[in-house]
Design a protein. Structure first.
Length: 236
């Protein structure tokens, strides 16, 4: 992997529990939408590295990752970042890549799994890629739904994009799907399911559950592209 030293531009509070870190994009760093990189932070007691998906698109003039903030030392170090701080990046890597051209594609993300999907969708929007794009997006609550205002704008701009939100703790009056994304929700939400290429991104528990639901629906493995975001084993 190539190595780059990045400078923090700003941090953005995406949800009460999630933070984005924007950094300068170094000359020569090329990546595909949906890929990840390894980020190293200076911390008390030394350095620590974690693989994090890039939530930015290659069409944007900066790099960005977005992380659910926990009590771990690495998360707390992210919370303390400020403009001018430096981060080591190694990458890019990862196969959860889509740039258009598929007739039928569905994205399924849970929680912080939005990060590579956001990268892909932003790329598709900026390049005006036509075609149908269905996005099943599961979250704990409306408040913890990252990028929801931006996604709403994309839906208004692109008639080919349809987003279905699934909430574990919905607000009063919610008329969308609730609970976790399961075989019933997938079957009811995704047209021509057997013909779709399905991108799945999220914490390992969520990705395994969705993959199990696709097993129930007899969707072959060659129709699935998976990205398990490590470090969130207890989050769905």
């Amino acid at each position: 992997m190539n190595e780059f030293i990045l400078e923090v531009i700003e941090t953005i509070q995406r949800t009460p529990m999630s933070t984005s870190v924007r950094m300068d994009k170094p000359v020569g760093f090329l990546y595909s939408p949906g890929q990840w990189a390894q980020f190293t932070l200076e911390m008390e007691g030394g350095e620590e590295s974690k693989p994090l998906s890039l939530s930015s698109s290659p069409t944007e003039p900066f790099l960005e990752f977005t992380k659910r903030i926990s009590d771990s030392p690495f998360s707390q170090a992210i919370s303390g970042l400020k403009p001018g701080d430096r981060i080591l990046l190694k990458g890019p890597a990862g196969n959860l890549v889509y740039t258009g051209g598929m007739e039928k594609v569905t994205f399924i993300a849970g929680g912080i799994g939005i990060t590579p999907i956001r990268s892909i969708l932003k790329y598709l929007m900026d390049n005006r890629v036509e075609g149908t794009k269905l996005f099943l997006y599961g979250n704990l609550s409306v408040e913890e739904t990252a990028y929801r205002d931006e996604i709403r704008q994309w839906e208004a701009q692109d008639p080919g994009l349809k987003v279905i939100y699934v909430l574990e703790k919905p607000p009063e009056g919610w008329d969308g799907p609730t609970g976790f994304i399961n075989s019933r929700i997938i079957e009811e939400s995704v047209p021509d399911l057997a013909e779709q290429t399905i991108y799945i991104s999220g914490p390992p528990l969520m990705v395994n559950a969705v993959s199990g639901a696709l097993d129930e629906l007899e969707i072959p493995m060659e129709h699935r592209i998976l990205e398990k975001l490590e470090g969130y084993e207890g989050m769905v």
